[in-house]
Ligand binder design. Structure first.
Ligand SMILES: NC(=O)c1ccc[n+]([C@@H]2O[C@H](COP(=O)([O-])OP(=O)(O)OC[C@H]3O[C@@H](n4cnc5c(N)ncnc54)[C@H](O)[C@@H]3O)[C@@H](O)[C@H]2O)c1
Length: 256
């Protein structure tokens, strides 16, 4: 398959989990893909594995919450592959405290934890979109996909209020930018995963994940590849007239 040949793709949080699957799917579809992660070892290993399968990739170590780091990362990708035409804002954190994997509730959560979740999950998307915008504008094309969550659309007992607030905000971010950037030929969409089997999810109490599985009509947890395939559609030319949309990839869980 070469549906993405010629596209320059930047995926954040691509060192493992959903981000790695999204980056791998784009690499397999023929794009040049930058694997950005704040853990350099994860970024390098994921990028190297894809290169071993014949893909064109680059590992980039950066913290999406840090403006200088993001700008340097985008400059590196642009130098290696040309302007970024596809951005996937995937990097995200969902802090769980204690051995039981439960999230902090309001009243237990410190301001530092609140701010860090906003910085990574929301400001990170703003910084990355800002950094790639000049290249997309010049090319008069581009696709931005942000990874939200069903927890951004309805109450979900597994996550904290900081996480839910950022995932809801990414939906507003998506719809607003779809309106603002449409005239530049840039589409902006979001995916909204349910419970997806990744290291992040395994940090949650096992009974909570089993309860989510049983409440999911398709009776399984999602795979990172489930999310990646939907992203791949949204960044493909087949989705050229799709913008401002939020697509659940949740097996029917919560049906938000
Ligand atoms: N797993 C789920 O059930 C689920 C459900 C809904 C939404 N999501 C969202 O999907 C995205 C990926 O989740 P996952 O389950 O693959 O998580 P994960 O923890 O397995 O992977 C996240 C990756 O992001 C990287 N990362 C974290 N902070 C970063 C930062 N500041 N800068 C750059 N990279 C950073 C990590 O090093 C890691 O490689 C997140 O936005 C998450 O909120 C996950």
């Amino acid at each position: 398959m070469s549906s993405h040949r010629g596209k320059v793709v930047l995926v954040t949080g691509a060192g493992r989990g959903i981000g790695q699957a999204i980056a791998d799917a784009h690499a397999a579809a023929g794009a040049s893909v930058a694997y950005l992660d704040h853990d350099p070892k994860l970024a390098e290993a994921a990028s190297e594995a894809a290169r071993g399968r014949g893909a064109t990739t680059l590992a980039v170590a950066a913290d999406v919450a840090d403006e200088a780091s993001v700008r340097a990362a985008v400059a590196r990708v642009t130098e290696a592959f040309g302007p970024v035409t596809v951005l996937v804002n995937n990097a995200g954190i969902s802090p769980k405290s204690g051995a039981d994997g439960k999230r902090a509730r309001l009243g237990e959560m410190g301001t530092d934890e609140w701010r860090r979740v906003l910085d990574v999950n929301l400001t990170g998307a703003f910084l990355c979109a800002s950094a790639v915008l000049p290249g997309m504008r010049a090319a008069r094309k581009g696709a931005i996909v942000s990874v939200s969550s069903v927890a951004g659309k309805t109450y979900c007992d597994i996550v904290g209020v900081h996480y839910a607030a950022t995932k809801a905000a990414l939906i507003g971010f998506t719809k607003h930018l779809a309106g603002e950037l449409g005239p530049d030929g840039i589409t902006v969409n979001a995916v909204s995963p349910g419970r997806i089997d990744t290291p992040l999810m395994r940090g949650t109490a096992p009974d909570a994940n089993e309860a989510a599985r049983m409440a999911t009509p398709l009776r399984r947890l999602g795979s990172p590849e489930d999310v990646a395939k939907t992203c791949l559609f949204l960044t493909s030319d087949d989705a050229a007239f799709v913008t401002g949309q939020v697509c659940d990839v949740a097996g029917g869980w919560l049906m938000t």
